[in-house]
Ligand binder design. Structure first.
Ligand code: NAD
Length: 359
């Protein structure tokens, strides 16, 4: 038996998880932080929810800004920073998916204002100190504790409106955080426990939600899983899977959650031989011996896309994308050559059943 050997940093974030919390918790959370003039930010589709949060904040709401867009274009961030300045805001509340929370983070990064998050998808951004900004078509990301939301309000009722296809792909996007956290160089015992239970919760909840999207219990279980997976994402360094998805999203415009859904089984099949502990945890969580195959079958059963071709990647892009991935440094449990990335991408492009690598 070997002695544990790890580092784990706890960041100060308060989490409130309750059905109906979006309409009741934000004023208390603002008061705890001593905030009196909060700017609520959201995307255009999330406006009605954001207005409900703004109403709950009452006199503490300094305005609603609806300018969030996918991947936080720099000009979107400029407008939001200006809106915060004009409103004389002393804090930001981001309401919505990763795009709205990303915009809140961009304001926090530029202004130092504290951020609260009310997530409505399973993307997990609310649990991380990672920001992203897109300028001239290139997405830059970085880590800064100032963008980590101080308080996160999880309300499963907000996710009732998530369409089933987005429920499925956003849920598998969350699973991918847990999978890569399990074999990350900076994984730790607490992260492993969170990752395993996050995978278990999502793998149970997603089929229930495909059968009955209005099942609030299953919505709660899925969001609970997404919280755990997001916490794993915030505490570790992601590997090959996230690098591949970043390149496919950034350079080829492939949709975020769907790309994660397609790529995950193939990267896991490649990494599995170098990550036996992760595989053991995933076998327990999924109740299946062949975990890449189980994830691929789960996606199929849930009606999710299973090939990059379906998402619009061109066959000729496979080689170029693989070279882009191979040309950048990233943490991964198994060293990977350009040819190997190409083979992973080729299999994902075709969508054939993943075959766990022999090494
Ligand atoms: P998103 O926020 O763009 O939302 C996807 C779509 O779903 C949007 O049209 C949105 O309006 C809609 N939507 C959101 N919640 C809804 C709801 N409850 N009901 C109905 N429709 C709803 O997508 P996402 O997958 O949540 O986030 C993806 C973005 O977040 C990407 O830009 C990604 O890079 C980023 N991200 C960042 C981190 C981080 O740590 N910084 C982590 C994960 C994702």
């Amino acid at each position: 038996m070997s002695s544990p050997d790890f580092s784990y940093e706890t960041r100060p974030v308060r989490v409130v998880f309750r059905a109906g919390a979006a309409r009741t918790a934000p004023p208390d959370e603002a008061a705890r932080l001593g905030l009196r003039r909060l700017l609520v930010v959201c995307g255009s589709r999330g406006e009605s929810t954001a207005r409900a949060v703004a109403e709950a904040l009452g006199d503490s709401c300094a305005g609603v800004h609806t300018g969030a867009r996918m991947h936080v274009p720099a000009e979107t961030a400029d407008l939001a920073v200006e809106a915060a300045r004009v409103a004389d805001a002393d804090g930001i509340v981001a309401v919505g998916g990763g795009s709205a929370i990303g915009l809140g983070k961009a304001i926090a990064l530029r202004t130092g204002l504290p951020l609260l998050a009310v997530p409505s998808t399973y993307s997990g951004s609310e649990m991380t100190p990672v920001w992203g900004l897109t300028e001239h078509g290139v997405k830059r990301t970085g880590r800064d504790p100032v963008v980590q939301p101080r308080s996160v309000v999880y309300d499963p009722e907000l996710t009732l409106s998530l369409p089933v296809p987005l429920t499925v792909t956003s849920g598998i996007n969350a699973l991918a955080h847990a999978v890569e956290a399990l074999y990350a160089p900076d994984t730790s015992p607490l992260v492993s426990l969170m990752a395993e239970d996050g995978v278990r919760a999502l793998a149970e909840a997603l089929p229930a939600l495909v059968a009955e999207p209005a099942d609030l219990g299953a919505r709660g279980r899925a969001l609970y899983g997404a919280w755990l997976c997001g916490a794993c994402l915030g505490s570790t360094t992601m590997g090959l899977h996230h690098k591949v998805c970043h390149v496919l999203g950034g350079s080829y415009g492939l949709p975020h959650a769907e790309t994660h859904t397609v790529v995950l089984p193939y990267v896991l099949a490649f990494n599995a031989p170098a990550a036996p502990r992760a595989v053991t945890a995933l076998r327990r969580a999924l109740g299946a011996p062949d975990v890449p195959r189980a994830l691929w079958e789960l996606a199929g059963r849930l009606g999710a896309p299973r090939s990059l071709a379906e998402l619009g990647l061109k066959e000729d892009d496979v080689r170029v994308a693989a070279d882009q991935v191979a040309g950048q440094p990233y943490a991964n449990p198994r060293p990977v050559t350009a040819d190997e990335v190409r083979a992973v991408l080729r299999a994902a492009y075709e969508g054939r059943p993943p075959e766990t690598a022999e090494v």
